[in-house]
Write a protein of this length. Structure first.
Length: 64
């Protein structure tokens, strides 16, 4: 996992936060929720391979 992934996650978090606030202040709470959900799904798709690798390493550690 590189530093670039952390910066991408931070950038998505900042962008989603700004867009969420703009949408909430304009009275579009449903779109703000969907924007937050889309940001979460995007970040999870980036992180899932690393979580899978972690579980494989833990399984290899405890398997003799």
């Amino acid at each position: 996992m590189g530093v670039s992934l952390i910066f991408k996650i931070a950038a998505v978090g900042i962008l989603v936060t700004i867009l969420n606030q703009v949408l909430k202040h304009s009275g579009r709470e449903e779109q703000a929720f969907l924007m937050s959900l889309a940001g979460l799904i995007l970040v999870l798709t980036w992180i899932i391979p690393y979580i899978y690798d972690l579980f494989v390493m833990v399984q290899d550690l405890f398997t003799l």
